[in-house]
Design a binder for this molecule. Structure first.
Ligand SMILES: Cc1ncc(COP(=O)(O)O)c(C=O)c1O
Length: 289
């Protein structure tokens, strides 16, 4: 994501441009954005995703809006159709760019896969960004951008001098993997496997941790959110969990201006089975006591 942002901002931004950023929003993008010569404007989210009207109030002429429409990062809701249309309309009128961060939409366990925001983009305002970090593995460092034709020359010129990180040999390997049909088979297989792991993890964690957490499943993604009561300290709990060998993100850290909710973000992709889920949940329970 960092390289995609670097490519996009180096191609299209000027010093002082305002940049809508979901609040809470993707924490790992923040250090790069805070060091860039732009002004980050946190825009709150609700059950329908990014609050476009709030964005318009806070920063009507922002040059960029970064969104996670399929599976809001970190809360997991989907950007509603009404909000999608409102966002596109605003971007067209204001001449702004929407950066669609579509990081894990391939993994959807209920209903049909969602079309990308980019598919509704009649006025060429959306820069679509995908990654192989979730569908393959993060160490590959391979991502891709679908940009409007009007900006291609600028993107190409910047990309030419950018160290994109993924060696050509790996890129060629992934291209063959797709062309030979293995990728779609891999996705189908992993969707079933992750659906099973997601259900088992939620059930066991809820059973072991009881009223202390509330895990509402979202239709997609590779992580779930265990919500905690307002009196809990998720940063402290995540620190204790880390000491016990568990990697969980405290939700409150993902907020900038909006009132932080307490919760733990749990990846479930590597929870092998019920026994494994029980082992992890018990460890967490001990570190919470
Ligand atoms: C919200 C979000 N965007 C993008 C990415 C992909 O980042 P990268 O391609 O740098 O691994 C991730 C990966 O976890 C993510 O959670």
């Amino acid at each position: 994501m960092r390289t995609t942002l670097e490519l996009t901002l180096s191609s299209l931004s000027t010093v002082g441009d305002e940049f809508w950023f979901e609040d809470p929003g993707y924490i790992l993008a923040r250090p790069f954005l805070q060091n860039a010569a732009i002004k980050v404007v946190p825009v709150p989210v609700d059950e329908n995703g990014l609050m476009v009207e709030e964005g318009k109030r806070l920063s009507p002429y922002a040059k960029f809006a970064m969104v996670t429409p399929s599976h809001q990062s970190p809360l997991g809701m989907t950007l509603s159709l009404e909000r999608r249309m409102a966002l596109l309309e605003w971007a067209s009128k204001a001449g702004s760019w929407i950066i669609e961060d579509d990081y894990d939409s391939e993994f959807r366990y209920q209903g049909r896969p969602l079309p990308a925001l980019k598919s509704l983009d009649r006025n060429d305002r959306v820069i679509y960004s995908g990654t192989f970090s979730k569908v393959m593995f993060p160490g590959l460092r391979l991502a891709y951008v679908v940009a409007p034709v009007s900006v291609l020359a600028r993107f190409q010129a910047v990309a030419y001098n950018l160290n994109a990180g993924c060696p050509y040999l790996f890129q060629a390997g992934v291209a063959d993997f797709i062309a030979e049909g293995h990728f779609s088979g891999h996705l189908k297989k992993m969707r079933l496997l992750y659906a099973e792991r997601r259900a088992v993890t939620q059930c066991v964690f809820q059973q072991v941790l009881g009223d202390r957490v509330r895990i509402d499943l979202r239709p997609g993604g590779l992580h779930m959110l265990a919500k905690l009561g307002d009196h809990e300290d998720d940063v402290l709990l995540a620190d204790r969990a880390r000491e016990a060998g568990l990697a969980m993100h405290p939700l409150s850290r993902w907020y900038i201006n909006a009132k932080p909710q307490q919760g733990l973000l749990l990846g479930f992709a590597n929870v092998i089975d019920e026994k494994d889920a029980m082992r992890i949940a018990m460890k967490l329970k001990r570190s919470m006591s």
